[in-house]
Ligand binder design. Structure first.
Ligand code: SIN
Length: 571
């Protein structure tokens, strides 16, 4: 903010020092996974001055952890139409067909461009891209790299390209809040940077366009495949900025996460669905294949169905986990095709070549997020969202496996095109007014994770959600109350901001899960066990109000995504 600021902007914001430095850009991208870096490269190519801010190092986000691959109709006989059909089935009636159509038709080109950028995918003897299967896909259409290290290769290629192009990047930078101009339009972000010399402490990047590509919010649960940085910062920022958030109740629990003990918390090793795609079986402790007869695709049913079946089996047998059996692959195949998973299992004392792998479902992917139109525009002028932070309408109630790297590639390009096509001028942010959110103590992170795991895990009910809501409200009120200094964070800091963001997204998720009184996709209400199309073939949209309350409304699937006004309208 400058001395020439002439107005104020209202809204909720985090408790933080005033910015001590600022820089200007045409666009600021928040996040450095596949969505963020693709958007950054495309905006730069379009001649826009682009700044990438990322919470840790450039390659520390979720993308690097993706194993299975990228789904696209690249194989002989496969078509975007078949990919569309599988995506719509997995999405359980809540996908936006036009968004899915954009995904599947623009997908193959996006993968080819990624290859041109330098990503190396596994190929067969003829040099064609090797394709595997995952849950919900009726064809082999998942391109992979390094066997089971697709995300790492995608991240490597994009990070190297970004570094070679000398893009302006700011690492170790936690985004705090959105800046606005007098008209309420996006004017940049505030952020906190740790130890970057000229950018140190709280500062501002002023820009008329902001792209949230902050990834997921898996850390809202105790056990997740997401890295520790996945604390829903982009969705929390968008909530505070008054943006609409949609489909947050649809949290995908990955069926096969390595079981390291009931008390194991934080990021847990993933055992890719591609292992089942290559023929692994799910078995119980007696060796029985319990997916047979439950679904025509057995172990390759859509992910929500497999996660539910595993949970049911665990409940029925009083077991803490089930098993994935791929001993029949043999050592050579394990070493060649799944080296990352083999190493992870062995590092925990399990040898998949000779024994079944203990697995359980854990939080994996947020199908919902900041509501966007087909160009990635949110309901706040100038604010865009992309990748897991966004709700573009492609996932509906349950994301189809390996559609998310593709979503990042396709919609990042659309966003860059939209920003480049819209005239804009450098904004003049105004001094933010409005309510300052009190910060939670860093330790609250673990309380939130336990509350959410107990109340809003794979199986939910009115009672479990009400209990979770009450505990979260107590945390919020506690933070708001004048309590002794020793129970409050001494100064705002990354852990306190992250805990406060987690509470923000947890409250919104619970509110949506309470309201949706049906079972659909990855939202399983044991007190409403059936899908209820008559009442619930609709999206739930959440907004955070200035008094901290949440409001919810529903929209028709045909209303989604809306065609939002051009957000960078001439200033
Ligand atoms: C996996 O490899 O099973 C994860 C892929 C995905 O979540 O899309």
């Amino acid at each position: 903010m400058t001395a020439s600021a002439t107005g104020t902007a209202t809204g909720l914001r985090l408790h933080a020092p005033a910015p001590g430095w600022s820089i200007d850009a045409d666009v600021v991208i928040v996040g450095s996974g596949v969505a963020g870096l693709t958007a950054a490269l495309r905006c730069t190519a379009a001649g826009l001055s682009t700044v990438v801010v990322t919470k840790a190092r450039l390659d520390d986000g979720s993308t690097r952890w993706a194993q299975g691959g990228i789904a696209a109709a690249l194989g002989e006989g496969d078509t975007p139409e078949q990919h569309l059909d599988d995506t719509l089935v997995a999405g359980a009636g809540l996908c936006d067909e036009s968004a899915v159509r954009a995904l599947v038709t623009e997908g193959p080109g996006a993968v080819r461009r990624l290859i041109a950028t330098g990503a190396h995918f596994d190929t067969d003897d003829s040099g064609a891209i090797s394709l595997t299967r995952e849950g919900g896909h009726h064809r082999r259409r998942i391109a992979h790299a390094g066997g089971d290290a697709t995300g790492a290769e995608v991240s490597r290629a994009l990070v190297e390209t970004v570094r070679a192009a000398a893009l302006h990047t700011i690492e170790n930078a936690l985004v705090l809040d959105l800046l606005r101009d007098t008209q309420g339009r996006t004017a940049g972000v505030t952020l906190h940077v740790m130890g970057e010399g000229q950018h140190d402490g709280v500062g501002a990047v002023r820009a008329p366009a902001v792209v949230l590509a902050t990834g997921g919010m898996g850390q809202v649960f105790s056990a997740t495949t997401n890295p520790s940085v996945s604390t829903g910062d982009g969705v929390a920022l968008a909530l505070r900025a008054g943006a609409e958030i949609s489909d947050l109740e649809f949290v995908q629990f990955h069926p096969t996460v390595l079981f390291l003990g009931a008390d194991s918390e934080g990021q847990q090793p993933l055992v890719s669905e591609a292992v089942r795609g290559e023929g692994a079986h799910l078995i119980d402790a007696t060796g029985k294949r319990f997916m047979l007869g439950r679904h025509e695709l057995a172990e390759l049913a859509p992910r929500d169905i497999v996660a539910k079946a595993i949970t049911r089996q665990m409940q029925a047998q009083g077991a803490e986990h089930m098993y994935l059996d791929a001993r029949h692959f043999g050592a050579h195949m394990w070493e060649q095709r799944f080296p990352t998973i083999l190493a992870a299992c062995r590092s925990h004392g399990i040898d998949p070549v000779t024994e079944p792998i203990p697995i359980f479902p854990a939080a994996h992917h947020a199908s919902g997020g900041v509501r966007t139109d087909p160009h990635g525009r949110t309901t706040v002028p100038g604010l865009y969202a992309c990748g897991e932070a966004a709700c573009t309408g492609v996932h509906g109630a349950n994301r189809l496996a390996s559609n998310s790297l593709l979503e990042g590639l396709v919609f990042a390009k659309r966003i860059a095109q939209d920003i480049a096509a819209t005239p804009h001028a450098r904004p003049e942010p105004v001094i933010p007014e409005g309510t300052v959110l009190p910060l939670l103590a860093p330790e609250a992170r673990h309380s939130i994770q336990r509350i959410m795991t107990k109340g809003a895990g794979v199986v939910r009910s009115s009672a479990s959600l009400a209990e979770a809501a009450a505990h979260l409200e107590a945390l919020r009120v506690d933070a708001d109350t004048d309590i002794p200094d020793d129970r409050k964070p001494a100064v705002p800091g990354v852990e306190a901001w992250e805990a406060t963001n987690l509470l923000c997204v947890a409250r919104a998720l619970i509110a949506a899960a309470q309201r949706r009184e049906e079972t659909r996709g990855c939202h399983w209400r044991e007190d409403h066990p059936d899908r209820d199309d008559a009442h619930w073939q609709r999206h739930l949209v959440v907004r955070l109000q200035p008094d901290h309350s949440l409001t919810l409304h529903t929209t028709d699937t045909t209303e989604f995504p809306p065609t939002l006004p051009s957000l960078l309208q001439e200033r």
